[in-house]
Design a protein around this ligand. Structure first.
Ligand code: 5GP
Length: 173
């Protein structure tokens, strides 16, 4: 499986960028009551590195949603498999995602979270594929903007596998 993967972002490139994002987030959320909400499953390595790069006291929580329809592309109909265990009402929420593709998942998730009346809601993604966007979602923090490739590794899967690669690579079927 991994023989079909061409490296795109090295472990070192990712770690450098994650530290930069951490510095930025530390500045932006200083003195604020922050809840960082990671979207499972793909976010787990990024989330683990990112939260350790933010030099503040804050809550960490996870949410897992599923798109109806399955396949490689999301349909925009999401249902909650696991909800956050920390309230975001009257607090600053930062949603962390592995990749924004069509934007449909985050569009739904942010509307859902906005109904819970956070003081602010921002989005941080490791990867952004703007050429594939179907709905506009404001993405406030972006690790890397990439071309329209199907990528795997550092949390991103191919049918559940390859999440453990320490780098991000393009999968060639
Ligand atoms: P969206 O709703 O923005 O189209 O989809 C976001 C989700 O689709 C991501 O969280 C991820 O699970 C999946 N996805 C989108 N592009 C890729 C990709 O290039 N590789 C992998 N492994 N998953 C992707």
């Amino acid at each position: 499986m991994r023989k079909r993967v061409t490296p795109l972002l090295s472990e070192a490139q990712i770690q450098t960028r994650v530290q930069e994002l951490g510095v930025q987030l530390t500045k932006d959320y200083a003195g604020k009551d922050l809840v960082v909400v990671g979207l499972l499953n793909g976010v787990f390595p990024f989330m683990a590195d990112l939260v350790r790069a933010i030099d503040l006291d804050f809550d960490v929580s996870f949410m897992q949603v599923a798109s109806y329809g399955g396949g490689l592309e999301s349909t925009g109909e999401v249902h909650i498999l696991k909800d956050t265990d920390r309230s975001i009402r009257g607090r600053h929420a930062l949603v962390v995602e592995d990749i924004v593709d069509t934007g449909l998942t985050l569009f739904k998730v942010s509307n859902l979270l906005k109904d819970r009346e956070p003081l602010s809601l921002r989005i941080c993604t490791l990867l952004d594929k703007p050429s594939r966007r179907k709905v506009q979602v404001p993405v406030d923090y972006i690790g890397f903007t990439i071309e329209d490739h199907f990528v795997v590794g550092y949390g991103l899967d191919l049918d559940g596998k390859l999440r453990n690669l320490p780098y991000v690579g393009v999968y060639h079927p």
